[in-house]
Unconditional design. Structure first.
Length: 491
């Protein structure tokens, strides 16, 4: 299971109209518009509100986010969730590396690696919103128990095919598609389950620790997978992945249901998909971050394609080199996630800045002349990529009504990973035809351009304009956003 983890003051009892927790989106220089009236609401922060502050009777929740990088781990249920996920995430990363290298070995084609990735995420593009409806209707803990069993069985099936020597590329394609179908339900459920474990006050911290958890496993998984593939083949990596799902199953079964924050479930009814889409479309603080996530997820997160191509075709390495690229990228990602966990607020300015930095760093890496420079650049790419990811996730969750959270997060995940079936084959084709450097360069340019465009839109909705000041001096900033009213005042 991909896992996404207290102040000293005494917590206050849950009340439906309690003030929003620290860690909500802070407008700062890029105000977050609230609701459909973007300009009118631009000055206010986005706050989580509504029924998710109403836990079981007497269940306390702090009015402000509890301090500390690891504050969410004070919650027993979350510790169980995070511990099980760390084991499973390690298996997931081992399987990913083994899967990509197996497909490349069977076909010799980066395009085929792109097809595998696309098939795994195609179900999210086609059915992602239905997964959100299911997450809003039923017990999220029970759904996760079922999805972990299904993923474990698929992992064991691929292990059996590979260890027996019978594996063919279409087997990998079919299992990748099967995993994608399970992920349609698992992803939005897991995202929305976070608030039930830690409460709204620690959502931002838990989202960041989830990412740190996933990327910490990335430090170990690729390196172990590379060694296993070189020594005994891919099958053992798939076997470990299948068995690793026992850990999150145990964590979910050991949770104390009485300590979960109660979130209202949506009754069965018609038009719930349309209701979710209308909800997002009418809120600029949701729609524009999701648009940015869509562009970057589709075109700039195709690392399996690029890193296999750089390892094999540019630097003429093996699976061990590919695993090392992923491990260094993971170090940066862990650093980015832990830095995000320390922040007390989520700024849209940070979201746009991280996306821009991520894209520009990919451009620089694509042009890196040597192996060592390319390897070192994986570190800041990981930092900026994870900062963008966690900021987007927390901003969207905290700006969403809890009764709609499953549907909104399903849309978030649909555009983030569901765009891969479109971007993966295209990027794979560009990489095959024009080379690994051109493919990586194209992804970075799309990320940087989309960050600039969305940043300008958010600034306009927030009543800001871009100001460029060429004067020198400590009181003069070269580039900054200022209120539009300042133009008329100056005139």
């Amino acid at each position: 299971m991909s896992s996404a983890a207290a102040s000293d003051a005494a917590p206050e009892p849950n009340t439906p109209d309690q003030a929003g927790p620290a860690g909500t989106a802070d407008p700062a220089d890029l105000p977050t518009p609230a609701g459909a009236d973007a300009a009118a609401g631009a000055a206010g922060p986005v706050e989580a509100s509504g029924p998710d502050r109403t836990g079981r009777p007497g269940h306390p929740v702090a009015a402000a986010g509890r301090g500390g990088t690891f504050s969410s781990l004070r919650n027993r249920n979350y510790r169980l969730f995070a511990g099980g996920a760390l084991v499973s995430n390690t298996g997931t990363w081992m399987s990913r590396i083994a899967q990509d290298w197996l497909v490349l070995s069977l076909t010799g084609s980066s395009f085929a690696v792109g097809i595998t990735t696309a098939l795994q995420f195609l179900p999210m593009l086609l059915f992602g919103l239905y997964g959100g409806v299911i997450a809003d209707r039923y017990s999220k803990r029970r759904i996760l128990l079922l999805t972990q069993v299904a993923m474990g069985l698929l992992g064991l099936a691929l292990a059996a095919l590979t260890l027996s020597g019978a594996v063919q590329v279409w087997h990998v394609y079919a299992i990748a598609f099967g995993l994608g179908m399970v992920t349609v339900i698992d992803n939005p459920t897991r995202q929305a389950f976070v608030v039930e474990m830690v409460g709204p006050a620690d959502v931002r911290n838990a989202v960041s620790l989830n990412s740190a958890n996933f990327q910490s496993a990335r430090l170990v998984g690729p390196a172990v997978a590379g060694a296993l593939i070189t020594a005994v083949g891919s099958g053992w990596a798939f076997l470990f992945n299948g068995l690793s799902f026992l850990a999150p199953l145990a964590g979910l079964l050991l949770m104390r249901r009485s300590e979960l924050y109660q979130v209202p479930t949506a009754p069965r009814g018609k038009g719930q998909l349309r209701e979710g889409l209308r909800y997002v479309a009418g809120r600029p603080e949701l729609i524009w971050p999701i648009v940015l996530v869509g562009f970057i997820g589709t075109f700039a997160y195709n690392f399996p394609i690029w890193l296999t191509a750089f390892a094999d075709h540019v630097f003429h390495g093996d699976a061990g080199m590919y695993g090392l690229f992923n491990s260094v990228l993971a170090v940066g990602s862990v650093v980015g996630a832990l830095l995000a966990a320390r922040r007390g607020s989520t700024r849209l300015r940070l979201l746009v800045g991280a996306a821009l930095g991520f894209g520009l760093l990919e451009v620089v890496a694509a042009l890196a002349p040597t192996y060592w420079i390319f390897l070192v650049l994986m570190l800041p790419i990981g930092v900026f990529g994870l900062t963008f990811n966690t900021t987007a996730n927390a901003s969207v969750q905290l700006a969403t009504d809890p009764a709609m959270r499953g549907r909104v997060m399903s849309l978030f995940m649909m555009v983030f990973v569901g765009g891969t079936p479109l971007g993966g084959p295209l990027v794979g084709w560009i990489t095959d035809v024009f080379g690994a450097r051109t493919g990586f360069l194209a992804g970075g340019l799309v990320a940087a351009a989309s960050a600039v465009c969305v940043g300008l839109v958010l600034a306009r909705l927030g009543g800001l304009r871009l100001k460029i000041d060429l004067h020198r001096g400590k009181d003069h900033k070269l580039i900054e956003f200022v209120p539009r009213e300042s133009e008329s005042v100056a005139a």
